[in-house]
Write a protein that binds this ligand. Sequence first.
Ligand code: DLL
Length: 434
Amino acid sequence: MNYWQPKLELMDRAELEELQLRRLKSTVESVYKCVPFYHESMLQAEVSPGEIQSLKDLKKLTTTRKANLRENYPFGLFAVPRDHVVRVHASSGTTGKPTVVGYTARDIETWSDMMARDFMMVGVTKQDVFQNAVNYGFFTGGLGVHYGIERLGAMAVPSGVGSTERQLEIMQDFGVTVLHCTPSYALYLAETAKANGVIEKLKLKIGCFGAEPWSDEARRDLEETLGIKAYDSYGLSEMYGPGVAFECQEQNGLHIWEDHFLVEILDKDEEPCAPGEAGELVLTSLTKEAMPLLRYHTGDVTYITEDGEGCNCGRVSRRLHRFLGRADDMLVVRGINVFPSQIEDVLVSIPEIGNHFQVIVDRPKHGLDELSIKVELKDEAFTGELGDLTKVQKKVEEKLKAVLNLRSRIELVEKGSIPRTAGKSQKIVDLRKI
Ligand code: DLL
């Protein structure tokens, strides 16, 4: 088994906690001194850096939310002088200004090592040819992953988000062995490769997919179609970007790098969830210099896997269950809470249905909310008989009713008619004017 940073990946828990405390203290001191927002919020909470004496003292600090980043747009949360910031990235939300994040040269180094650690963990070596098929702009998946590939010493192929045919051509011509992109784009690439009859010409072994939630069924589909092992990759711009948590070869939860982040899982009242109970992931950065964040609400719902034993791969860091959705993705339809992942779980359990779907919520004038779901049928499910289609439709509607306790309308659509994108797919369309 190969480790990129064996000392850090394998250190025992007591040693890790000592390191965490040291780093927490220096992070708190830095933001108290250099970031007016944190200085103010610590004064208000009546806590000074000197009071952080153990990891438990973390809860004395107030949490940070995305809104705080927006209020301090663009550079208000930087903890270092402007000339120490060598790069910015930004993530565009659906509303308002984007959130901007900054990096010192050392931050870029730390991040690249974190990514190299992830790639080595899933078996990438210097011999690999690694295609990065994501947007190379403000999105952290482009440059962040690219620097990690180079740090490890594999060959980086920065194909970006060009045409799908061209991506496949490069994959064949360059003998690409590792692919990084969003899982929805990977499904589209796989679908296109199959349709064009080029699967056999691919040399892919490993897929690293992230930036959006994806199901186990999608994983199986990608692994089978492309003949690879597919790994879940999690990250967010506010905490460097990709690389924050990553599956190892056990594919049993995502190792979160606790030498870089303090992990909390909190409920709606900001109280810690019981082990194994799902809640919002809240992270404190321990190594970021340009823009450290204390107790940052990621908005992502997960839990820490509790199987008592450490991981077979030997790494000490705890593992997060694959993400269940976003705290703010929860739809309230006719008063009932619905998570898109619940809908996805039902859909993937029905063999006739493909991997693409879109949930549409609407509210007719003076009417009740309506939930409709567009789903694509698998090619094999097309028998040409209308009766068969109606049967599938009924089956999906009944199953969803049983799980969600809510009636929905299923619209079976032709394969390929739900928009494909190289970025994050839009699984929910809320047309209600609320
Ligand atoms: O998506 C960073 C990234 C790039 C991660 C490439 C993995 C691969 P943002 O654009 O800031 O950064 O979006 C972060 O995306 O809070 C989650 O809601 C979602 N997300 C990221 N990875 C996963 C994942 C990048 N593996 C937001 N599963 C996060 C579920 C994910 N959701």
